[in-house]
Design a protein around this ligand. Structure first.
Ligand code: ADP
Ligand code: ADP
Ligand code: MG
Length: 645
């Protein structure tokens, strides 16, 4: 076994890998960027090496700097995690050339699966069913249109170099094929530097079922399937294992195909073979097709670990160190059911806009596995994926595991940034999902009911008032409350863009009444614990003037300072500002231009996504303060409108 390894990643996956390595007695070296000096993965490591600036291209994608760090610190191997350099064959070759072990497959195996078209051709030869379509070399638009006609509409255009759902276009009819082709190629060229596409039959109401494989370079086993059908815009949101409704016959067919795929390329280490499944008539062995292979540890690997009892990172280290496959196929079995939900800093009602912020508070309940790369006090920076954690639950049956997921999400406490927690909670309680009726369109179909904006009730408001004024703590006999008459005052708070006015009447240090409109809430301390109208108070976190009440997936309130009413009263409609740090992609406004409310005035690129910035009212552009290409910080003014009347 290695004495010391370097983990060439950050965030939750770096922490995840380090924990297993350390448990195996292997020392770990972290690498970090300027933005990650105080990050959790750095704190966890035995040593850490600085490798450059915050942008991934200046640090986590700098293969030579990472290899130099590994050599300098006496590491025997490099674990790439997922993302960044994990599927970069040139990096793998450079690691080997430096005399180090890459914990993962060979450069040749990664290359074989690197492009979707070549991978499909290879799989066809290995006898693995592939999605019907065209994956040839002829990229002439007329030829591709002809191929689409032959396949039959609807079709899906995919970037051969694609990943993360980018460069993909659904085309419903021949009239719009050319337009979709152009836009898919444009996106692919920008994102991957390769504009080539393939055309696939679009499977209606499909399920995404993938098989975890593990190889030793010649032989492979599979660790059953995961269902990742709960997706938003081709990105996974909740994953589970095993797949609901899976039959022994279908599992054997899919597992066998995945093992053939891995063995065909001499696969070593952990990998995932992704299939698209037509589940319209239940799961049938002739209704699944190879989509792509991810030649790395997958984000959702913990659900497989939960049902098999295998630590996949431990297996990765053992096989990379030269041991054979740790288990035979017949040694592996499924125990119960598991779910994983991806918790992100994102503003769901605002179209899942990635968010940033300092985590004032972060706590996960007992009864779940929470894989996280951030701690309370850490910053969700704009430089990287805004994932906060993966919440994983296990149970003897699907129903029990799902109930545990729902309960774990309800008891997860995050303050300091908006999150998708309420959205995940709504999904965990979705009736169709509970029945196992999953397909990749579920979220889009039910998006309106899933995007719930939690509204505080009077008890939550009352609690926020007391916490914000620091009245929950302190000894019952605190000074100043031995008053001859009740003390009454008005308190104002902002919640979800609305101002709430409450009247607080203090009866004693352990008794307050809070009136919100016509409703009165009685807060009483009983045996050292607060009760509101007799109900136990929810947990709260206070950070300056912000109070987060952990009810309804977290409700945050901002106490308004009576001296500072104007500032808190809402955004200035004259200024269009950057909602987060990023790069200005385009500006569509010029001084003197007449604009209408909702007009797109600029596009900001942040966290791999583009965000349109709209005029908040009708008006005339007074000033344009940013140009395409500018790097701007959150709150930077981009366009100013002439003062309204
Ligand atoms: P999974 O298949 O497990 O959902 P994804 O394919 O969504 O994983 O991506 C896993 C990780 O790799 C994520 O952190 C994502 O940000 C990163 N990633 C995916 N595709 C790319 C890409 N083309 N370039 C850079 N990072 C990527
Ligand atoms: P990426 O590399 O971006 O992960 P994939 O090829 O794995 O791209 O596809 C991502 C998702 O797109 C799938 O999980 C599925 O939801 C959808 N998808 C892919 N191919 C098809 C298809 N032929 N028909 C319907 N949906 C598809
Ligand atoms: Mg995929």
């Amino acid at each position: 076994m290695f004495e010391r390894i370097l983990v060439a990643n950050r965030g939750e996956i770096a922490c995840r890998v380090m924990r297993t390595a350390q448990a195996m007695g292997v020392e770990v070296v972290a690498v970090y960027s300027d933005a990650d000096r105080g990050a959790a993965h750095v704190a966890l490591a035995d040593r850490a090496v600085w490798i450059g600036g915050a942008a991934p291209s200046e640090s986590y994608l700098r293969g030579e700097a990472i290899i130099a760090a590994a050599l300098e610190t006496g590491c025997g191997a490099i674990h790439p995690g997922y993302g960044f350099l994990s599927e970069n064959p040139d990096f793998v070759a450079a690691v080997a050339a430096a005399g180090l072990v890459f914990i993962g497959p060979s450069a040749a195996a990664i290359r074989a699966m690197g492009l979707k078209d070549a991978a499909k051709a290879l799989m066809e030869k290995a006898g693995v069913p592939v999605v019907p379509g065209y994956h040839g070399a002829n990229q002439d638009p007329e030829h591709l249109a002809g191929a689409a006609d032959a396949i039959g509409y609807p079709v899906l255009i995919k970037a051969v170099a694609g990943g993360g759902g980018k460069g993909m276009r659904l085309v419903e009819a021949p009239e719009v094929f050319m337009e979709a082709l152009e836009s898919a190629k444009g996106e692919a060229r920008t994102a991957f530097g390769n504009a080539d596409v393939l055309i696939e039959k679009y499977i209606q109401k499909p399920r995404h079922i993938e098989v975890q494989v593990f190889g030793d370079g010649s032989r492979a086993v599979h660790l059953f399937e995961r269902d990742c059908s709960l997706q938003r815009r081709h990105q996974k949101v909740i994953e589970e294992a095993p797949a609901p409704g899976m039959t022994a016959e279908m599992r054997a067919a899919m597992g066998g195909a995945a093992v053939r795929a891995a063995e065909a390329i001499g696969y070593s280490g952990a990998g995932t073979v992704e299939f698209i499944v037509d589940g319209a008539d239940g799961l049938r062995p002739d209704r699944f097709w190879f989509m792509e292979m991810n030649t790395r540890l997958q984000v959702e690997h913990p659900v497989t670990e939960a049902i098999t009892g295998v630590d996949l990172v431990e297996w990765q280290l053992r096989v990379a160190a030269g041991e054979g496959l740790p288990a035979r196929q017949e040694d592996l079995a499924i125990n119960g059911h598991a779910f994983e939900a991806r918790l992100y800093a994102e503003d769901v009602p605002k179209g899942f806009l990635p968010a940033t912020g300092r985590l004032a508070h972060l706590a996960f309940p007992a009864g779940c596995r929470a894989d996280s790369g951030v701690r309370a006090g850490d910053e969700i920076s704009p430089w990287y994926d805004p994932m906060i954690a993966k919440v994983i639950t296990h149970g003897p049956t699907r129903a029990v595991a799902l109930r545990r997921l729902s309960s774990a999400l309800e008891r997860t406490e995050v303050a300091g940034t908006v999150t998708n927690l309420a959205f995940l909670g709504a999904l965990a309680q979705h009736e169709g999902f509970a029945r196992g009726e999953v397909d990749t369109g579920l979220i889009a179909r039910d998006i309106d009911t899933l995007v719930v904006v939690p509204e505080p009730g009077p008890r939550e408001v009352a609690l926020a008032v007391l916490a914000g004024l620091d009245l929950l703590e302190g000894a019952p006999e605190a000074a100043g409350f031995a008053l001859w008459q009740p003390l009454s005052r008005e308190v104002r708070l902002m919640q979800g863009g609305e101002e709430i006015v409450a009247r607080l009447t203090t009866l004693s240090s352990g008794a307050h009444d809070v009136e919100i409109g016509a409703v009165r809430v009685e807060a009483r301390r009983v045996g050292g614990l607060w009760r509101l109208d007799g109900e136990p108070a929810a947990p709260v976190a206070v950070d300056g003037r912000r109070v987060t009440v952990f009810a309804g997936f977290g409700l945050s309130f901002d106490l308004i300072d009576p001296l500072d009413r104007e500032g808190a009263a809402g955004a200035d409609a004259d200024i269009i500002e950057a909602p987060m740090p990023g790069v200005v992609k385009a500006v569509f406004a010029a001084p003197g231009q007449v604009v209408a409310k909702g007009d797109r005035l600029a596009v900001l690129e942040a966290m791999k996504m583009e965000h349109g910035l709209l005029a908040a009212r009708d008006g005339v552009v007074a000033e344009v303060l940013a140009r395409a290409g500018d790097q701007v910080s959150a709150g930077a003014a981009l366009v100013r409108l002439e003062a309204g009347e």
